[in-house]
Design a protein. Sequence first.
Length: 589
Amino acid sequence: MNIVGLSAFYHESACCLLQHGRLIAAAAEERFSRLKHDARLPTRAFRYCLEAGGLTLADVDCIAYYESPVKKHQRQLWSGMPRTDDEAMRINPERPLRDIREKLGYDGQLLTFDHHLSHAASAFYFSGFEEAAVLTVDGVGEWATTTYGQGRGKSLEIFEEVQFPHSLGLLYAAITAYLGFHVNSGESKVMGLAPYGRPQYVEPLRRLIQSGPNGQFRLDMTFFDFVQGERMFSPRLPALFDHPPREPDAALQPFHQDLARSLQVVLEEILLDKVEYLAGRVRTPNLCLAGGVALNCVANGRIRREGPFANLFIQPAAGDAGGCLGAAALAHIQLTGERHARDPLTDVYLGPGAGEAEICRLLSAAGIVASDFREREEALLAAVADRLERNEIIGWFQGRMEFGPRALGARSILANPLDPTMRDRLNQRVKKREEFRPFAPAVLAELASTHFDLGPASPFMLETCQVISSLSLPAVTHVDGSARPQTVDAAANPRFAALLRAFYRRTGCPVLLNTSLNIRGEPIACTPVDALFCLVRADLDALVLGDFLIERTRLPPDMAALVAVWETAPAFAFSRHHSVVHEGLYSFV
C-alpha cells in the first residue's frame, strides 16, 4: 500500500509517503523551489517522495489531501470572498483536486480529510500512544480554529471545536502584524521578542478574547478586520494601546517588547485553561498537540510543566506542512482498517540526502579544493570540534534533510555556545536578522538534564526550559535564562551525536549552538549546492558536506562573484520577489 499525503494551496505545501505502513519520506516544497513558505502544488516534493520509495506514478494506491475544499469554500464565501476574478480562481473548490489530477497526472484514488482532523491524526498516529487527548490550534482550517479530540487505538474522534472567526492563531497573527512582522512567518519573532518585555498590557489584551465553557472562546471582532478587510486589525486596536502600528523594520521600542510579552502571557493562560478542560473530558495521561500554534515552544514548555497531562507529544511539523502526515495516516486506516504504526516518531530525517558521488561532482565542477575525510570519521569530527572550539562558524550538511521547521543536525549551522559574542556575530554576520533573536542548543541526550531543566527528551526542539548548567552558555541562553534544546541521541543521528561528544571531550561542554543552514528570508538548504551558496552568502568559516570539509579561505577567488551574479539572475530575482509578496499576503483566508 503506497499512500502519498499532500498539503497545499494555503501555507507550507508538502508531501509524504507511507509505504506498507512505514513513513519513507516527507518534505516541504519550499526546500526544492527555494520559495519560502511555498504554498503551490508540491510537484517537486511529490517527485522526491516517489523516488525515495522507488515508485512510479502507477504504483501510488492513494493520494490523501489534508483538507476539505468544499467546506473551506463555504467559509470563504461567508467571509465575503471572492472580491476579484483572480480571487475567484484561487478559491475555486474544484482547484485542489483538479490540480492534483492534471498537474501530477494522477488518476487513482483521491481522498480528502478535514484540516483539523489531519492535524490531529498527524499528532496522535505518530505519537506512539495507544490512547491520548488531542488538541489542535491554528489560524483556521475549513471552519475550525481549535479542536478537542480523543484517540484510542485506530480511532480518532473530534468532539468539540471552536469555529472561525474566533481563533487563537489569528489573535496572535493580528498582534504580529500590529508589531510590524509578517503574518504566517513573524509569529516566532514575537515569541522571541517577548522575554525582553514586561506584561504591561495583559489586561487590555484580555479584552480581545473571552473564554467560555466547553473549551470555547470568542474574540471581540470590533478589534479585528481579517474577515472582510484588507488588514488583520481594525482601528480600534491601535486606539486600545494608544500606539500606531509599527512599520516593518522600524526600530523596536519598549512598548513593542511589552506587548509581545503580554500577548505570550495571554496565549499561555488560554492554552492552559483549554488543556485543563480537555483533561476533564478525556481521562488519560497523554496529550498530543498539532496546528501552527503548537510551534509556540514557550507555551509548550508551560503545558508540560503546569498542565494536567504526564506525557506530551508535539507533532514536529505541527503547521500545515505536517497535515500531509495526518492525511496519509487517515487514508491508511480507511483503506486497510488498521493504524499504520504504533511506534513513536523518533526522528524526522525524511528528506533527500546527497551521496558521495554527487558531492564529488559538485566540488570538481566548482573547482573547490576540500579536505577529504572519507573512511576517517574520527579525524573529521576532531577537525570540526577544533574549529568550533576556536569559535569558527561551521555549516553542517549530513544525511537526509529534516522535515519540519527546525534544523536538527542535518542541515545546520553550528557554533560554540560558550562564546559570549557568538549570538551577535551570528545574527549580524551570518543570519542577517534581528538582534533579539535567540539561538537553540543541541545537547547530548544523556547529559541534557545536567544543563537544562527539561524533563523528558526533546529531540524536535519544540519546548523551552530554564538553563541550569554550571557552564556559562551565553550564545544559547535567552535574556530570561531560557533555551529551546534539542536532545541528540546516537540512535537517531549518530554522526551529530559523535560530534557533540568530540566537542565535549575537548571543552567539557556537551552542547553546541545549532541553527538552520540558511539566511534570513530563505528556506533551509536542501542540496549541496544550496549549502555551498550558504557558505558564501552567510560568510561561514567552513562547510562540512558529508565527508568533505570546505574552508571559506580556500574557495576559488571568483566564487563570491559567481554567487552574486546568480542572485541577480531573472529566475532568482523572480523567486525572491514572490517570496516577499507571499509573506505579505494574509493567506489564512
